[in-house]
Write a protein that binds this ligand. Structure first.
Ligand code: ADP
Length: 626
């Protein structure tokens, strides 16, 4: 019989499949099963109008049989089957599917990825087989045909015997190599696992003949081989069931099996959308961040299904970065199974889905914040940092989406407070939202400026993460109130009368203050303040850049060029130290210089700024003691 050659482009694809180094060769089974399911769909839909087809829905099934001895894996269906011509057209030429066009354009490129993301249909079976036989017969036809190929050198088509209608695909599995144990694909456990992983939600039963050794009836220890047929797939996806029919436990089990997390999720989100984008989504908020969450290795994304068949494991377009912690899937009947990654990126449908999913996640988080505070705080402990990065990123573009989701600890109690709550608690006369950045809650709580603001009866947000202040700066305002760092000199809590007095003191003691500034050397200003309570001094920053921001910038790559905060030493006008300083200025300028240094270093210590010369500082203090 004459061997026919594959069309050129099919040849190329075949080559690629046969020599594939792709590590997920297992997807071939998904491809073959999906084809079988499509073929059954075709016959089923035809039967809806064609009364000569006397099948009911429950008659349809896909069968898998493995023969380890002969190394064959047979997948058969009772779908529409193919005529000899169709066989020629369908398997002699590769389908004009999107993934294939893409592949041709990227011939030199990253083919491997394309296989993984979308599969390339029937030919992917050549990744694991050295010979493929397809026997097929259309419903109602008398003749059957057989297609056979060992790959590159072409294929044959001839008539054959086949009793039942439908298609039977016999894969002769490759011999094992050092790198690849192809025999695994003949093993029952592996087949089960693959069906569960990729095709669990195929609408028709996927049955497998399994053989068991069973004791012969009436004998002591004689065994016989018994064949039974099992259905491997659950058929109805959990996300297609109404949420009211699924128990929390079922969702939790599904989550832990699918996403390998043994701690139950904090929240299950279900979404069914119709209209511009028709899809169902099932999402989970994990209770803790995966170990690699805040690293480059972490890949966000939802699984993407097209009518129950998984087409992409991590579709990142469905989740914005700041909700990258969400696990789950989306299933749409509007997407083509053969759509390529390239096309998917531009897919309007996917964009619409992504937007709607983002909104849904936000509204569910807000709901949780309102009605399940305890879990929301757990969520925020795990992923709050991500939300704050989200506020800061893209020049604050997402602030409307995120500003109501952030929380900070505050001076009130050691508890989280949202911006909305803070705003609602603001007493009359409070003009700004106060915050103080620092290394830890306890250190911030000790800052002189915090003490002063608390004294006024105002709440202070405690910012302990590096990104916090940057995020608030990006936000600028919340509900018309500006954010104010209490450790900047711009903090202005004084009454008019106090202000006048302060100005007078500062003017009258200009020379004293200048002398102190010169003794210290690296502060941009020294001045009296009336906003401190018990502390003699504090360090604040002059310009836009706060001390904490400077510290964060210093930690980043290229830190040598990082801008520096301008430091201002503020001296408590109501503290006895003032009189002492004035006195020294008149009588003992040397001691004044020493005092200036000591006070400055004290302020540094309190603000968590490194003391530049600790031994000088220690010596100065000791000199005072003796
Ligand atoms: P695709 O499924 O993307 O069209 P494939 O290479 O997987 O590409 O299959 C090519 C064609 O072969 C299918 O479009 C279908 O018409 C036909 N085909 C494949 N498997 C079967 C089957 N089990 N029953 C009937 N037709 C099939």
């Amino acid at each position: 019989m004459k061997k026919k050659q594959f069309k050129t482009e099919s040849q190329k694809l075949l080559d690629m499949m046969i020599n594939s180094i792709y590590t997920h060769k297992e997807i071939f089974l998904r491809e073959i099963i999906s084809n079988a399911s499509d073929a059954i769909d075709k016959l089923y839909f035809k039967s809806l109008t064609d009364t000569s087809i006397t099948l009911t829905r429950s008659d349809y099934a896909i069968f898998i049989k493995s023969d380890e001895k002969n190394r064959t894996l047979t997948i058969s269906d009772n779908g529409c089957g193919m005529s000899a011509d169709e066989l020629e057209n369908n398997l002699g030429t590769i389908a004009k599917s999107g993934s294939f066009d893409f592949k041709m354009e990227n011939d030199q490129g990253d083919n491997v990825d394309v296989i993984g993301q979308f599969g390339v249909g029937f030919y992917s079976a050549f990744m694991v087989s050295d010979e493929i036989t397809v026997k097929t017969k259309q419903y109602g036809a008398t003749e059957a045909s057989m297609w056979r190929s060992q790959g590159v050198d072409g294929y044959t088509i001839e008539p054959c015997e086949k009793e039942t209608f439908g298609t039977e695909i016999i894969l002769h599995i490759k011999e094992d190599t050092e790198d690849e144990k192809y025999s695994d694909f003949l093993k029952e456990y592996k087949i089960r696992q693959l069906v569960k992983k990729y095709s669990d939600y195929i609408r028709y039963p996927i049955k497998m003949t399994v053989t068991r050794q069973e004791k012969k009836e009436g004998t002591e220890n004689e065994y016989e081989t018994v064949e039974t047929v099992e259905t491997l797939n659950s058929m109805v996806p959990i996300w297609k069931k109404p949420a009211s029919e699924v128990t929390q436990e079922e969702y939790n089990n599904f989550y832990s099996e699918k996403f390998y997390d043994y701690q139950p999720p904090l929240k299950v989100i279900t979404q069914k959308s119709e209209g511009t984008a028709t899809y169902t989504a099932l999402m989970f908020i994990p209770s803790h961040a995966p170990y690699n969450y805040y690293t480059k290795e972490y890949e966000k994304g939802l699984e993407l299904y097209s009518s129950g068949v998984m087409i992409m494991e991590k579709c990142s377009d469905l989740l914005p970065d700041y909700f990258g912690f969400v696990k789950g899937l989306a299933d749409s009947s509007d997407l083509s199974l053969n759509i390529s990654r390239e096309m998917l990126q531009h897919d309007r449908q996917l964009k619409v889905m992504g937007k709607a999913i983002e909104k849904k996640i936000k509204s569910e988080l807000l709901k949780m914040l309102e009605s399940d505070r305890e879990n929301y705080e757990k969520f925020f402990d795990a992923f709050g940092l991500q939300i704050k990065y989200g506020l800061y990123s893209d020049f604050g573009m997402h602030k409307d989406m995120l500003s109501d989701l952030v929380m900070f600890k505050s001076s009130k109690e050691n508890k989280y407070v949202t911006l909305k709550e803070y705003r609602a608690n603001m007493p009359e006369g409070q003009e700004a939202i106060y915050y103080a950045p620092g290394e830890s809650i306890s250190r911030i709580d000790m800052l002189p400026q915090v003490e002063a603001v608390k004294e006024k009866g105002y709440e202070v947000l405690y910012l302990t993460d590096d990104v916090d202040e940057f995020a608030l700066k990006m936000l600028g305002k919340y509900d018309e109130k500006e954010f104010k760092n209490v450790t900047t000199e711009a903090l202005d809590l004084a009454s008019n009368e106090e202000k006048e007095n302060l100005k007078k003191e500062n003017d009258e003691n200009k020379d004293l203050l200048l002398a102190i500034k010169e003794a210290i050397g690296n502060v941009s200003d020294v001045k009296f303040t009336s906003s401190l309570k018990n502390h003699p001094v504090c360090l604040s920053s002059g310009g836009e850049l706060s001390l904490e921001m400077e510290k964060v910038l210093k930690k980043m790559p290229g830190a040598e060029d990082a801008p520096k905060a301008s430091l201002v030493l503020e001296i408590n006008l109501n503290h006895p130290i003032c009189e002492k300083l004035k006195n020294l200025y008149e009588n003992d300028k040397d001691t004044l210089a020493k005092y200036a240094k000591i006070l400055y270093n004290q302020a540094c210590l309190i603000s968590g700024v490194t003391v530049e010369d600790p031994s000088e500082f220690a010596k100065l203090v000791c000199d005072l003691m003796i």
